[in-house]
Design a protein around this ligand. Structure first.
Ligand SMILES: Cc1cc2nc3c(=O)[nH]c(=O)nc-3n(C[C@H](O)[C@H](O)[C@H](O)COP(=O)(O)O)c2cc1C
Length: 300
């Protein structure tokens, strides 16, 4: 039985990774999850200098999901290189580093710093809805998506994955733009912009007013977008949005995702990722699927 998949020439032992920002660099989870069992670990967004993030409260529970406006808090690329890469290299898993910036120059700086580092792929977050100056401006305009992809591609030694925003009218437009800019793969979806109001305080619940909606509530939207994009471009896709178990993961794979990422589910069930790996294997056994690649995009 073959569970390995290949993206941009990189082979992953199975199609399961973590969704950026929900797993750190795996340190806290490594007590519960054998990181070597995952196809890859995708890290929290890394910026050129440390970012403090947004004021609190910055998370809120919603029906079937959550809102967050963390604001991409992180210690910056220097600390990441020194602390997180050596930690992750102890495990037999691929490393995908999520990159963020407020300007094209900042994205380029991070990519240049990482290009000589021992990491396997770079995932570019051009789609965070919670940073004022940040990714979303790039992520919603196809011309900007193509231009920034092109700039980063010139600098990166690793394959680059562009992470798309669902907060657009037609996600195939930004997907095509990323392809035109030279992207090696796409990730989708990031969170959907939402809002919650505290009726007792008669005020916004999140200090940032709006936040990104994630979790099972967004899954049907994410599956639809993965299907649309898989049929509009030739690039491999990492699918995410509400995946909590193997059945969810298989939906994304059948819609056209070559890999899947587990996000909000990690907060509910810290071992969701490895359970999903085992659940996919059990499905393959049950239906006598010899090779996971047979399932990718099998629903037409
Ligand atoms: C608390 C939190 C932090 C996140 N931080 C990042 C981030 O740093 N970079 C990024 O590209 N996406 C980030 N995301 C988006 C997730 O990676 C993922 O795209 C989204 O949550 C949908 O998947 P899910 O429904 O399985 O969580 C974050 C999501 C959450 C809930």
């Amino acid at each position: 039985m073959n569970t390995s998949v290949t993206i941009a020439g990189i082979e992953f032992k199975n199609p399961v990774t973590t969704a950026s920002g929900t797993f750190g660099s795996g340190m806290e989870y490594s007590e519960y999850v054998d990181l070597s069992k995952l196809g890859a670990v995708t890290t929290k967004g890394v910026s050129s200098v440390p970012w403090p993030g947004n004021p609190t409260p910055r998370v809120a529970e919603t029906y079937g999901g959550m809102l967050n406006a963390i604001g991409l808090q992180n210690p910056g690329v220097d600390v990441f290189i020194k602390r997180d890469i050596p930690f992750l290299r102890k495990y037999d898993t691929k490393i995908i580093v999520n990159v963020v910036g407020k300007t094209t120059e900042e994205y380029c700086e991070v990519v240049e710093r990482l290009s000589d580092c021992d990491v396997d792929l770079l995932e570019i977050n051009i789609s965070c809805p919670n940073v004022k100056e940040g990714g979303i401006a790039f992520g919603q305009d196809p011309k900007c998506v193509e231009a920034i992809t092109h700039e980063l591609k010139k600098r990166a030694k690793q394959p680059i994955i562009m992470k798309l925003s669902p907060n657009v009218t037609d996600i195939t437009e930004t997907a095509k733009a990323a392809q035109a800019g030279g992207a090696d793969a796409l990730s989708l979806i990031n969170t959907l912009t939402g809002m919650k109001i505290d009726i007792h305080r008669r005020s916004f619940l999140l200090a940032n007013r709006t936040g990104g909606l994630s979790g099972p509530a967004v899954k049907p939207i994410a599956v639809r977008m993965v299907y649309q994009v898989a049929n509009a471009v030739k690039l491999p896709i990492i699918g995410m949005g509400g995946i909590a178990n193997a059945e969810d993961a298989l939906e994304f794979i059948m819609a056209g995702a070559s890999m899947i990422a587990v996000g909000t589910a990690n907060f509910v069930n810290p071992t969701a990722t490895t359970q999903i790996v085992e659940g996919i294997e059990a499905y393959m056994k049950k239906y006598q699927v010899e090779d996971i690649n047979e399932l990718i995009g099998c629903v037409k």
